[in-house]
Design a binder for this molecule. Sequence first.
Ligand code: SF4
Length: 970
Amino acid sequence: MASNPADRTGFGRGQAVPDESRALPATEEVKATTCYMCACRCGIKVHLKNGRIRYIEGNRDHPVNRGVLCAKGASGAMQHYSPARLTKPLKRVGERGSGEFEEIEWDEALALATGRLSEIRETDPRKLAFFTGRDQSQALTGWWAQMFGTPNYAAHGGFCSVNMAAAGLYTLGGAFWEFGEPDWDHSKYLLLFGVAEDHGSNPIKRGLAKLKARGAKILSINPIRTGYSAIADEWLGIRPGSDGLFILALIHELLSAGKVDLDFLAQTTNAPWLVIRDEGAADDGLFARDGDGNPLVWDRKAETLRPLAEACETPALKGEVTLPDGRKAVPSFELLARRCLDPAYAPEKVAERCGIEAATIRRIAAELAEVAFEQALVFDQPWTDWAGRRHNKMVGRPVSVHAMRGISAHSNGFHTCRILHLLQVLLGAIDTPGSFRYKPPYPKPAPPPVKPTGRPDQVKAGAPLPGPPLGFPRGPEDLLIDSEGRPQRIDKAFSWDAPLANHGMMHSVITNAYNGDPYPIDTLFMYMANMAWNSAMNTAGTMKMLSDKDPETGEYKIPHIIYADAYYSEMVAYADLVLPDTTYLERWDCMSLLDRPISEADGPADSIRRPVVAPDRDVRPFQDVLLDLGVRLGLPGFVAEGGAPKYPGGYADYLVNHERQPGVGSLAGWRGAGGKSAGLGAPNPAQLERYIENGCYWHQVLPPEHRYFRHVNRGYLDYAAEMKFIGAAEPVFLQLYCEDLQRFRLAARGHGEVRPPADKAERIEAYFDPLPLWYPPFEDEVTGAADYPLSALTQRPMSMYHSWGGQNAWLRQIMGANRLYVPRAVMAEAGLKDDDWAWVISRHDRVKARVRGMDGVSDKVVWTWNAIGKRAGAWNLAKDVPEATTGFLLNHVIDELLPARDDGYRYANADPVTGQAAWFDLRVRLEPAAPDEAALTSPFFEPVQRPRGLPEAAGELRYGAEFREPEDPA
Ligand code: SF4
């Protein structure tokens, strides 16, 4: 591999970088790329003067943001020039956590990493745990893990919003944000549930502006009225963890009034599919099928059974049917209706728990019905359905929804998210005009046909896994467990603890590795994951686990830690070997259709980042480092014949030339000879140049006939299959009733070859319900309401994203220290005044914070901004900055485990279906701090040292002065 860092970033490749400077002075130029100040991936233009970043503007042509730029995006210069940037590979010389390192050369760093990893791979690949944070190259990192042969891979989704993604993918074959969005141009009513302000930040702002301009109603359901909730037409301060109950009450009302879209249900969902009712049988609760596996429906007109493939025009949605073998079956819709019409879900019954009056619930249900059915949209757009039937019009239900982390980060989050999708499906508000719209390459089959790998027979020394580490189990036989039912991944994803852990369980890795449960590992390899601070629950415990030694051997309990990051985050001090990454403006990146693209509802889109400035430090893009390690380890796919690097030009080379299957690569635009193909085609050596010429994105707009009903739209499905978005042009029926969940439940009842151990069967039986299910968050059950009467939440400010934003010199001026926001009645009851210090006490620990009274918050909720509090000395900030002294981190009081069962076993503090971290289940009480305690946040950890190579933190920010012309006024 080339050793010149400039070569690795593309500057040394002789590539033509077009002059985008228009009529700028010769010293100035403009380069388009993609923002990475949060996860939204807006198009930006970076203005440079004398090779330095002068300012950043939004790219007005870009499909994601159309020129809109937020405070974070505009502050990219401060991210790039941050004094916290790492400057050279580091080897730990002090104790873990001390921040004592020596600088080493890349050759030594890569040799050290290769030595460790090579030994693991040749003996037991599972001993490597490779986890990445909010990285946007998971198509590469996941493939690397697969080729290495370890199942222990995941990114941050398990502790972010996997419930939202999993519920969407198992129910709709799509999901919010990257895989779908509201029909901003036509929707008349938007429900926003618990939205974090980073997932779709600028796109949501643009969308909300459109709704406001049209007079559409925006209803925010969120315990806290900040951000988008502040401009909503109506705000409902719901109690945390009760969203599913609230939505069930809406469904109860709609079903009671007959306000559901029966045609939509009959033709595009599994509502008419017959469910076997044979208590005790091995197929009880599964769909009745013909000999070819086709689900059966009852044709109420012809009074006969029909396989789904016959596209019955008049399938029954209710009534018991006798199957040919004499057993009974009912349409799944009848089971769902029975469940939701249960009096337990009447508005009066849920009002107290939700903190929303019954009359309000009834009114909202009536409003939804009125908009969906009395204000239906009718587009004069013919289209053909999956069975070849031609329709003259597209009829839409203009009710749309967006939700994210707020409703999903609970132990009941998966089912809550599913219930929300069921509401949309019942209204006929999936990919119809005015409702939720898929973003190609979605919809995919529900769930996508990818199974996780990592069973004992699939992990072999010195060999790759036969498939990806992450996927979508359809039943117990897809779990990654051994013959005794024991987890095979270090995080216990895809085990009986969390069978549908589609994004892994990064939040469990350190605890499990420390405990050697289910087995000890050798090396923890992480990328941009601040697990010693704001990405971990039980922060103090996590730091201890990272630095604890085995008293008998004197060795660290987690033997080796390799960490890659661009910045001196709190996690760096715990690494043995630090691989410094570049900033987002110094490297190639790719938002791929293979992973998490930037598609719009009107068509697929992907994008790149390209280096706009050359690194001035001895750092390398992590993706290049990963490719380099792949070569050094001899991983299949990374080396050509003879052992030479397959992608000698680094990540840029990989982006252009790597093919996942013939004709399918990282980027869909400008493929094939001359770059004339879209989606499919041979690698095109000039592909990146074409992207750069086009503002670093590719976007294909679908014809109007393919823009709605895509789950059952013949023309779209044929196109999607041709583009290899889906394996075959088969319809994606929406899964009101989730048969996959029932398969797990049957196993818990003793059926099938793969069954849960006796001590876990009851939990599987309880939570793998194929129908909508609401249960109180686990924390409600294990902590007494009398001792811990308040829910405690975090919100992400619009001006910051994770801990990266909290160290940015410009963004810190917006917020340098957080407060705990408290309902005024709770303040008065506790005898607290604004800016008093108080203890926030949970069953796990306590943290000291300054409080402030607030009106726009649910009556039993306290909250704070996320990731503002910093450890003193981290991020190369002065040790006495407000972030470290008066800022605080709520994570300190969240336990990563649930209390022990009688036998001592402790489950993760997570959703039992997906393993999503239940951050928002937290319950606390407040106590005023004593007068002599009112000075400094607590816990206050020993400041970390500034490692060699980082500059002393500047006292005064003078950035920008260098661009002033001599004649400019001072
Ligand atoms: S919303 Fe996110 S990606 Fe877009 S400009 Fe702001 S920080 Fe950048």
